[in-house]
Design a protein around this ligand. Structure first.
Ligand code: CP3
Length: 348
C-alpha cells in the first residue's frame, strides 16, 4: 500500500468497518477553551481574519491534535463563509456571535446572487492543503459546511435567535422565496464541499444545528431534502465521498433523515434516545456522538459515567466518539484528557 493511504480509523468506520476502539474527535475542538487558540485569535485580529489566513487557520486546526492526539482534525473555518462568498455582509462581534444583513422579504431574496465567489474561499482550500501536509497519515481531515436550513436561519434573521422564528415564519409565508435561498445554498454548498475534498479533506460534515426547531413536514422539506441533494451532488462529482450529517435535535426524525439522505454517519445530540438509535439508525449508518458537553465541564465521576454510557449505548456497533454538540469555552483541558483516556481504554 502506498504510504499516503495509511488506514484512518475514522474513514474505516465511515466505510462500514467498526473499530474496536472507536475513533474520537470533538465538535469545535479548535476554540476558546485552549490558551494557544486564544493567543493566535488575539494576534489575528478578527475571527474571519483567523479563518482566511491559511497559516493561522492551519495552525489552530492542528492545535487540538497535538494536545489530545484525536483521530480527526476539522478544518478551522465557519458555516457562514458561504453567505460571505455570496456577497452578504458577515461580521463577528466580540462576545455577541455573528451579525449579517437580514434577508427577509421576497424582494430582497430576488436580488440574492446565485453563484458564490469561490476565490474568496481559496484560503480555506489552502489551509486544508497545509494541514494535510502536516497531519500524520492515520488522522482524518474533515471539511464541512452548514446545512442550508441552518445557514438560512442566520441569513434571514441577521443573527442567531433562540428558536429561529424569523426563518420559520418566512418559510410559512413565502415558501417560494425561502426555497430560492435554500436552492442557492444547496448548489454552493456542493461546490464548497467538493472543493474541500479536492484540497485534501478525507470526509465532510453537514452541520444542521437548528434542524430540531422544525415540525416534521418542514423538517422533511428544509432539512432532509436539501441534505439529500447535497449528498447526491457531491457524490455525482466524487462517487466515494464520505459524508456525515448532523441534524441536531432531529429525535424521531433520525431514521428518515438517514434513509433519505444516504449519509455515511449521523451525528446525534445527547438527548437522543439510545435504543431507537441502536435499532433503527445504527444498522444503516455509523453513529457519531453524543456526550453532553456539560458532563465534560463537570468532570470527575459524572464524566466517567457519561463516557461509559456512550460506549455502552453505541460501542457494539459502528461508533465515532464525539460530543452531542460543540465543546464549551469554560471546559477544563484536564477533563478532555480524562475523556480521551477513558475512551481509548475501552475494551470493545
Ligand atoms: O469545530 C471546529 O473546531 C471547526 C471550526 C468551526 C467553527 N464554527 C469555528 C468557530 C465549526 C465546525 C463551526 C460551525 C458553526 N458555526 C456552526 C454549526 C455547528 C455548531 O456549533 O452549532 C454554527 C451555527 C456556526 C455559526 C457561528 N460561528 C456562531 C453562532 C458563532 C458564535 C458562537 C460562538 O461559539 O462564539 C460562531 C463563531 C465561531 N466559529 C467561533 C469558533 C471557534 C468562536 C469565535 C471566537 O473565537 O470568538
Amino acid at each position: 500500500m502506498p504510504q499516503d493511504s495509511a488506514t484512518k480509523p475514522l474513514i474505516e468506520v465511515l466505510s462500514g468497518r467498526r473499530q474496536a476502539v472507536p475513533p474520537l474527535w470533538m465538535m469545535r475542538q479548535a476554540g476558546r477553551y485552549l490558551p494557544e487558540y486564544r493567543e493566535l485569535r488575539a494576534k489575528a485580529g478578527g475571527f474571519l481574519d483567523l479563518c482566511f489566513t491559511p497559516e493561522y487557520a492551519a495552525e489552530v486546526t492542528l492545535q487540538p491534535i497535538r494536545r489530545f492526539d484525536f483521530d480527526a482534525a476539522i478544518i478551522f473555518s465557519d458555516i457562514l463563509v458561504i453567505p460571505y462568498a455570496l456577497g452578504r455582509s458577515v461580521r463577528f462581534e466580540a462576545g455577541e456571535g455573528p451579525r449579517l444583513d437580514p434577508l427577509n422579504t421576497p424582494e430582497e431574496i430576488a436580488g440574492l446572487v446565485t453563484h458564490a465567489d469561490f476565490g474568496k474561499l481559496e484560503p480555506v482550500y489552502e489551509a486544508l492543503r497545509r494541514v494535510r501536509r502536516e497531519l500524520a497519515p492515520q488522522i482524518a481531515l474533515i471539511g464541512f459546511c452548514g446545512a442550508p436550513w441552518t445557514v438560512a436561519t442566520y441569513m434571514v434573521a441577521g443573527q442567531g435567535t433562540p428558536d429561529q422564528a424569523p426563518a420559520r415564519m418566512l418559510a410559512y409565508r413565502h415558501p417560494d422565496a425561502f426555497a430560492k435561498i435554500i436552492d442557492i445554498l444547496v448548489e454552493n454548498s456542493i461546490q464548497h464541499l467538493v472543493g474541500q475534498l479536492k484540497a485534501g479533506a478525507d470526509c465532510v460534515q453537514i452541520f444542521d444545528t437548528w434542524a430540531g426547531v422544525l415540525p416534521p413536514r418542514e423538517f422533511a422539506r428544509w432539512s432532509i431534502e436539501p441534505a439529500r441533494r447535497i449528498v447526491a451532488g457531491v457524490r455525482k462529482q466524487l462517487p466515494n465521498a464520505k459524508i456525515i450529517g448532523f441534524p441536531r435535535g432531529a429525535g424521531g426524525m433520525l431514521p428518515a433523515y438517514v434513509e433519505q439522505t444516504g449519509v455515511d454517519a449521523v451525528s446525534i445530540d445527547w438527548a437522543t434516545e439510545p435504543a431507537m438509535i441502536r435499532e433503527r439508525v445504527q444498522p444503516r449508518t455509523a453513529v457519531q456522538g453524543n456526550l453532553d458537553p456539560l458532563a465534560l465541564i463537570a468532570g470527575g465521576a459524572a464524566l466517567d459515567r457519561a463516557v461509559d454510557d456512550v460506549l455502552e449505548n453505541f460501542g457494539k456497533g459502528r461508533l465515532i466518539f464525539n460530543l452531542g454538540h460543540g465543546i464549551l469555552p469554560e471546559t477544563p483541558i484536564a477533563h478532555v484528557e480524562q475523556m480521551v483516556a477513558r475512551v481509548r481504554a475501552y475494551k470493545g
